[in-house]
Design a protein around this ligand. Structure first.
Ligand code: PLP
Length: 431
């Protein structure tokens, strides 16, 4: 008997490439079929077959307050009642921009868009327009959405699917994208030196979270700031994941390093499709209609999306203890996952910062993309399937993060740990 998810997946594959609207969801890297989800509540999701799971994906990060948070749903309901879209300015957009400027250090102006991809694409255009330079430095294994120039040695689904360099990207689009090694300042400096006066920006995930979670070494982000200043390049923090997750002011606040431009997505939409980019006034004033860098969007600043994002961000702004609690939860989960693995005799590295975690199946510490890639993907796949069968819904790839939300309960974490214990025992036995 096929499950309802399998039946839906069969139909989906007939009419959608790979049966999905975003590649990682197809679960190919973990040797199973995707569970079609029907409902979410707090820190849990329910699939089309009525199975319940602890949700460690949380829509890939946006749902830091969990599914169906009352204030968010109410705000969306109220906004909807007045109309779904106008394509004209609304008060909610002003409130959103003011709120972001208040929460994020150094943020003076923002522009709302519809996705993280769009935010990055627009920020890069602005960086090029502002500097009159064309080249961009990105890091191997970092993911910045699917725009042409960023699909070079990309992380996330591009990495999971084994195509970090996509077909269909003209070589001349990729030629201006230079790639350095994350946590390796020397690799950045040699590119800046070799391309002196040509690099518009260095773009980085301040915490790499699309090669699995890899933390920046203490000197890495300050070092990037100094190098960008020395070579006249802008520093772009892609905070689509870390924004409003590491701290109310994101990675800039958490690490005390200022970027010139910052991109957002995920959390700022509260589950609706939203992105944003922003920074200093002098830079942002270059964006149309104030300046010569064109960028537009029919649904940008959509009132329903703004309502969801605003409701979530307001709660985060008013409750800074959320971040302390999430970090405690993350720290404890990481520690106990390490204990379980050790007891089972399965070598793993658990990287964690705040509410972001990854379990890498490898013996050596993971502080680089190269180290992340040495993970045992077969073991990860077995771990994933064992967790799933015990009611834990995690990201179906070694190269993605686990996300905690405020609604995860002690009982949820116990279920995750029990699942991990069974999974590790199984792996040890099959080894
Ligand atoms: C998810 C992500 C993006 C892309 O955002 P989309 O909304 O999927 O287009 C960009 N950068 C980072 C760091 C991300 O994690």
């Amino acid at each position: 008997m096929m499950t309802r998810s399998e039946q839906l997946f069969d139909r989906a594959r007939n009419v959608m490439p790979g049966g999905v609207n975003s590649p990682v969801r197809a679960c190919r890297a973990v040797g199973t079929y995707p569970r079609f989800l029907q409902k979410g509540r707090g820190g849990r999701v329910f699939d089309a077959d009525g199975q319940e799971y602890v949700d460690l994906v949380c829509s890939w990060g946006p749902l830091i307050l969990g599914h169906c948070r009352r204030e968010v749903l109410e705000a969306v309901g109220e906004a909807m009642a007045d109309g779904l879209s106008f394509g004209a300015p609304t008060a909610a957009e002003v409130e959103m921009a003011e709120l972001i400027c208040r929460m994020v250090p150094g943020m003076e102006m923002v522009r709302m868009v519809n996705s993280g991809t769009e935010a990055v694409m627009s920020a890069l255009r602005l960086a090029r327009g502002a500097t009159g330079r064309n080249k961009i430095i990105k890091f191997e294994g970092c993911y910045h959405g699917h725009s042409d120039s960023m699909l070079v040695k990309a992380g996330s689904g591009a990495l999971t699917g084994g195509t970090p360099d996509s077909k269909g990207v003209p070589p001349e689009m990729a030629a201006d994208t230079l790639t350095a090694r994350y946590n390796d300042l020397e690799s950045v400096e040699s590119l800046l030196r070799a391309n002196s006066g040509q690099v518009a920006a260095v773009i980085v995930e301040p915490v790499a979270a699309n090669m699995g979670v890899v933390l920046p070494k203490p000197e890495f982000l300050p070092g990037l700031r100094a190098l960008c200043d020395r070579y006249g390049a802008l520093l772009i923090f892609d905070e689509v994941i870390t924004g409003f997750r590491l701290a109310a002011g994101g990675a800039q606040e958490y690490f005390g390093v200022r970027a010139d431009l910052v991109t957002y997505g995920k959390i700022i939409g509260g589950g609706m499709p939203v992105g944003a980019y922003g920074g200093r006034r002098a830079l942002m004033e270059l964006v149309a209609p104030s300046g010569p860098v064109y960028q537009a969007g029919t649904l940008s600043g959509n009132p329903v999306a703004m309502a969801a994002g605003l409701a979530q961000l307001r709660i985060l702004e008013k409750n800074p203890q959320i971040y302390t609690r999430l970090a405690e939860m993350g720290g404890e989960l990481a520690k106990r996952l390490r204990e379980r693995a050790q007891r089972a005799g399965v070598p793993v590295q658990v990287n964690q910062i705040g509410s972001l975690l990854s379990v890498f199946f490898t013996e050596a510490p993971v502080g680089s993309f190269a180290a992340a890639k040495r993970s045992d993907l077969d073991r990860f796949a077995r771990y994933y399937r064992a967790m799933l069968s015990r009611g834990v819904y995690a990201a179906p790839s070694q190269f993605e993060a686990m996300f905690l939300c405020t609604e995860h309960t002690r009982e949820d974490l116990e279920r995750v740990l029990q699942g991990a214990e069974c999974a590790m025992a199984q792996i040890a036995q099959e080894a």
